[in-house]
Design a protein around this ligand. Structure first.
Ligand SMILES: Cc1ncc(COP(=O)(O)O)c(C=O)c1O
Length: 374
């Protein structure tokens, strides 16, 4: 008997999905293409750009597809994600986290030198001073996008006048160029309890951004870029006059959290986990082979069953998923598929992502920025 190696378990081009070893997260190419098209139409309708957040997939092959269809750049959350994207030929990168240590700032300058368009978030004169020194040391120019806190309560200056001090600090640094403002509205869908409240909150974010643009322009700072509008809010933010660029991430495949918020439909969800029932210990409980090591521990909704409404995933431990099958006819060895609960977290857990069409693997993507958190 030949000993199988781990490579025998890798997805292969043309392989039927039902033959893939489980647990496996698969990407639905048709859903992805529809989601890209939807954002292209939104962008065309409102004449805004779309800059895709790669934390939702961490995969250069997908970032290239986004850049082709939407003609926009990417956002990266970490410097090492930005390095991966630069190495794989993505030419327009916005790093949405301030960088403060010297070695990292030198790496950041390498990225700035190796792509056509690069900018990083800063929201304090201290960020600007460190960045300016690094740009001088590396003899390069770095774009700076100022983060405005539009209610998330994480980083960012308060809307309005506080932006002016930071923009002036940028102006004093010969190696830096002011490149606009960003207000991340990720909190909005979590606190809106109705469509009208969502509209109100989005209008509030836009008003904060407008107030900041007015303060900056009043101080003689030109603001060419105003970025806001994640997956759940993009359809509303796109119509706001202040916004020039949307910054959605999960729209590429969506997830159970967006489903729960009513932001997307089941057909829009293109990232699913295929599992195998490994035990049927009681009448009402089946255990599948996907737990938090496949799906992550992140809080939020449970995975949503695909193609059947007689089962529900209700708990996970490291390698086990607990499924209520009291209403279902389920046996050991059956396969169950679920929409992933949280795309940001799941994208960080897998080396490869088989992309599937008509039940077969059409492409196998390498999740090159997986684990890149430095
Ligand atoms: C600054 C910024 N923009 C955009 C996004 C994308 O959000 P979503 O995946 O909900 O579209 C994130 C997500 O964390 C973010 O931090």
């Amino acid at each position: 008997m030949v000993n199988p190696t781990f490579t025998d378990m890798r997805p292969e081009l043309g392989q039927p999905v039902e033959d893939l070893e489980t647990p496996v997260v698969v990407a639905d190419l048709d859903a992805m293409e529809r989601n890209l098209e939807r954002f292209r139409e939104l962008a065309d309708k409102h004449e805004v750009a779309v800059r895709s957040h790669i934390k939702a997939h961490k995969t250069p092959a997908i970032a290239r597809r986004q850049a082709e269809v939407l003609e926009g750049g990417v956002l990266c959350q970490t410097l090492s994600e930005a390095e991966v994207m630069a190495r794989y030929g993505i030419e327009d990168v916005l790093l949405v986290c301030p960088v403060v240590s010297e070695p990292k700032l030198d790496r950041l300058c390498w990225v700035a030198d190796h792509v056509d368009c690069f900018a990083v978030l800063a929201d304090e004169p201290e960020h600007v001073a460190r960045l300016g020194t690094a740009a001088g040391r590396n003899d390069t120019t770095v774009g700076v996008v100022l983060e405005v806190d539009v209610g998330l309560g994480r980083l960012g200056v308060e809307p309005g006048n506080p932006a002016v001090d930071v923009a002036e600090a940028v102006r004093e640094q010969p190696g830096l160029a002011f490149d606009g403002i960003l207000g991340h509205d990720g909190h909005v869908p979590y606190i809106a309890s109705s469509e009208s409240e969502l509209e109100e909150l989005c209008a509030g974010v836009a008003a904060d951004l407008e107030e900041t643009v007015e303060a900056l322009e009043g101080a003689g700072v030109t603001v060419d870029r105003v970025t806001s509008g994640a997956t759940a809010t993009a359809p509303l933010m796109a119509g706001e006059d202040a916004v020039t660029e949307l910054d959605p991430g999960r729209y590429i495949f969506n997830d159970a959290a967006l489903l729960e918020q009513g932001a997307v439909d089941r057909a829009d969800c293109g990232a699913t986990v295929v599992t195998t029932v490994i035990g049927r210990p009681t009448e009402d409980r089946a255990i599948v082979d996907a737990g938090s090591k496949t799906l992550s521990y992140v809080d939020g909704p449970d995975p949503v069953p695909v193609g059947r409404d007689d089962v529900s995933f209700y708990r996970k431990s490291s390698e086990h998923g607990f499924v209520d099958v009291s209403e279902a006819d389920i046996a050991v060895g059956d396969r169950l598929e679920f929409v992933v609960p949280n795309l940001w977290a799941v994208a960080n857990l897998h080396d490869t992502l088989p992309a599937v069409r008509d039940g077969r693997v059409e492409e196998v993507w390498h999740v090159e920025a997986r684990g890149k958190d430095t």
